[in-house]
Design a protein around this ligand. Structure first.
Ligand code: NAG
Ligand code: NAG
Ligand code: NAG
Length: 184
């Protein structure tokens, strides 16, 4: 038999421990989840690509001008999309989106350094513009891998939608080689 003071101490401790393990903030901040551009959940791609016809699966793509090394891409693949300078008001923006539950999100892309290739990205969280990324080719004829094109670790915890848009109406030609997104 334990002395009554010990029993009382343990009794007060139990609710505190339960509270601690149920607090989403304690757990959410520590676990990074990586979503690859090819990840499938319940038979559908985890990321949504729109318009789907404008996007190509990068590895083995015959009509794509960019041919980065699959060995350097997460999962051996990436999603390729181009925005042309002749894009009109009626042409749908090229977007990829991910629904996630968390308080931080990091978007990773492969960046082409080939001559005259530019990248112009706009990032939205829950349909609000939260950032941009611009790259003007330095003509090196190589690729940069695992480039963090957007990082945000100060999102209100909860369910959100991250959307990246490639190029913009009236803007220059833009190439996006989307590799993966991390959230926590
Ligand atoms: C989660 O990933 C981000 C981006 O790569 C990194 O800065 C951070 O340190 C990672 N956090 C943990 C707990 O691994
Ligand atoms: C824009 O130009 C590219 C390259 O010439 C072409 O493939 C594409 O179909 C054009 N888009 C429109 C809307 O005219
Ligand atoms: C992070 O996302 C929030 C919206 O949840 C936004 O208000 C804030 O400006 C973003 N911060 C960065 C660095 O993008």
């Amino acid at each position: 038999m334990l002395p009554p003071t010990v029993c009382r101490f343990v009794a007060t401790l139990i609710p505190v421990l339960i509270q601690l393990f149920h607090s989403p903030h304690v757990l959410a901040a520590t676990v990074n989840i990586t979503v690859d551009d090819m990840d499938i959940d319940n038979g559908v791609l985890r990321m949504t690509y729109e318009p789907i016809d404008a996007w190509n699966i990068g590895d083995g793509c015959g009509i794509c001008s960019a041919h980065p090394s699959p060995a350097e891409a997460l999962g051996g693949n990436w999603h390729d999309v181009t925005w042309w300078p002749n894009g009109t008001e009626t042409e749908a923006p090229r977007t990829a989106s991910l629904e996630f539950d968390g308080s931080a999100v990091y978007v990773y892309s492969i960046i082409s350094r080939f001559p005259s290739v530019n990248t112009d990205l706009t990032f939205f969280i829950d349909d609000e513009v939260v950032g941009t990324y611009t790259w003007v080719s330095d003509g090196d004829s190589s690729f940069n891998y695992n480039v963090p094109v957007y990082s945000n670790d100060s999102i209100i915890p909860g369910a959100h939608t991250l959307k990246v848009q490639n190029g913009f109406i009236g803007g220059p030609e833009s190439l996006l080689l989307l590799d993966y997104i991390i959230y926590s």
